[in-house]
Design a protein around this ligand. Structure first.
Ligand code: PMP
Length: 468
């Protein structure tokens, strides 16, 4: 979560009743954090690529709720499907018979994987779907250990935390699951050695790391993961909670690499950004071995999993993604976005590189060695942390003030992520690229950044110090 600013809006928002009651009843720390530098908008309307705050200000969404609103907000086809469902008196939950909409959704997911992952376990979030994958791998293989990758993000429940590398997020909750070993992402030799040593139930990783800073592994890496896992009797779990449902230009990111995981984890955009739903897809033999016997039928599950309303939203979402050719649009707009970013920012001294696939794009901030300037050479201990810790957050803040919503990656604040809905059009891409480059033009080195942040922080605490 960023700390943002915007003086006029923020002062109005501090008095906004939702901001006050959210702080009193839900998260005092979040509201405090939002107000540290004066960020204080309450968003009250969302349509397509846009959001509006309580003062009527319009914003272009290049965050999509961290890759969830792939259809854009309030998509009319999705709303119509849900509205129709609500008039039909369909039982949402009953638990004494199969849920027809869950069967329909699982059938469509199987078709989209070319029947290679024909079985689905449903849940309500990405973390739950990861949890289901871990349990499935243990029970199907009879093994206990897991391998996971540095920089990975898999969610916040205890199971998912055990396979997430970020120490700040894990430490307060330790001890977590034993037998979880971290390996470097993208390194085949390290994987081979760890598989030999630990004989894990599974290797869990993202095909492209999202919150780890939009890290795209080299071509062939996923293939090697699959082959090595197969050789050592371990399963390959791909977490596509963020990369799935068209985000990278194909329905699932693994389809770029000609490799099929043993278990695939989906959530976020599957519910169209409207309903919570998670799905853990797997090979038939894995599910049979795990839960195929009648005395094992209740070893995994949760009450709301596969509820009809969420499944109806997911069926509609998958239909819309295909009918509106959103994978194709994500591929084309992603190429345009990366091309324009490179054209406008490649020479910028504080831009290291641009990377990503489809509409999961990251601007890596901070100097590459060859661009290092005087300040960086004289004060490397100051300049590097300033760009690493501040520039991404600061950029987000300045973009927000210009009506654009974007955030740095959770584990890498030096990578600004651009993750718009898959419906984005060229003019919106052009606007974002030119706004990013306009904001960055004021920051040719770390010093003006430091000055502005200090002035802004001071200005919030003592308004007479003024704006940068
Ligand atoms: N896996 C990945 C790759 C994610 O990006 C996230 C959320 N950012 C999760 C799992 C956890 O999903 P959720 O927040 O729905 O629990």
């Amino acid at each position: 979560m960023s700390f943002f600013s915007g003086s006029a809006a923020s002062h109005a928002a501090q008095a906004h009743p939702s901001m006050v009651s959210y702080g009193q009843r839900v998260s005092p720390a979040l509201v405090r954090l939002l107000s540290v530098l004066g960020y204080g908008r309450v968003f009250v309307r969302a349509q397509g690529m846009h959001l509006w705050d309580h003062s009527g200000q319009e914003y272009l969404d290049f965050l999509s709720a961290f890759g969830t609103c792939n259809l854009g907000h309030s998509h009319p086809g999705l709303l119509a499907q849900v509205q129709q469902f609500l008039t039909q008196q369909v039982p949402n939950l009953m638990h004494v018979g199969p849920q027809p909409l869950a069967a329909e959704l699982a059938t469509e997911l199987a078709r989209l994987t070319q029947e290679q992952l024909p079985m689905t376990l449903f849940s309500n979030s990405g973390s739950e779907a990861v949890e289901a994958a871990l349990k499935l791998a243990r029970i199907a293989t009879g093994r206990q250990a897991f391998l996971f990758c540095a920089g990975g993000y898999h969610g916040n429940n205890l199971g998912a935390l055990a396979v997430m590398s970020d120490a700040r997020m894990r430490r307060p909750f330790e001890p977590l699951l034993p037998g979880c070993t971290q390996i470097p992402y993208g390194k085949i030799d390290a994987l081979a050695a760890a598989l030999r040593k630990h004989k894990p139930a599974a290797l869990l990783l993202e095909p492209i790391q999202g919150e780890g800073g939009v890290v795209v592994p080299e071509a062939g890496y996923l293939q090697a993961c699959k082959q090595l896992c197969a050789r050592h009797g371990s399963l390959l779990i791909l977490d596509e909670v963020q990369t799935g449902i068209g985000r990278t230009g194909k329905m699932f990111a693994y389809q770029h690499e000609g490799v099929v995981p043993d278990i695939l984890v989906l959530a976020k955009a599957l519910g169209g950004g409207l309903l919570p739903i998670g799905a853990t897809l797997a090979r038939r033999d894995i599910i049979e071995r795990a839960y195929g016997a009648m005395d094992r039928v209740d070893l995994h599950g949760t009450t709301m999993a596969g509820n009809a309303l969420a499944c109806a939203a997911a069926v509609a979402t998958l239909r819309i993604v295909q009918e509106e050719r959103l994978c194709e649009n994500a591929a084309a707009m992603g190429t345009l976005l990366q091309t324009l970013l490179r054209e406008q920012l490649a020479e910028h001294p504080l831009v290291h590189s641009i990377r990503g696939r489809g509409l999961l794009v990251g601007i890596v901030l901070g100097r590459s060695e060859e661009k290092a300037g005087l300040i960086e050479r004289l004060l490397p201990g100051l300049a590097a942390p300033v760009t690493r810790k501040l520039l991404g957050q600061w950029l987000s803040l300045r973009l927000l003030e210009r009506g654009i919503i974007a955030q740095p990656a959770t584990h890498r604040w030096d990578v600004l992520k651009l993750v718009p809905p898959l419906t984005v059009q060229p003019a919106q891409i052009q606007r974002v690229v030119s706004t990013v480059s306009e904001v960055l033009s004021s920051y040719q080195s770390s010093l003006p950044l430091l000055r502005d942040v200090v002035l802004r922080a001071g200005g919030q605490l003592w308004p007479t110090l003024g704006e940068p």
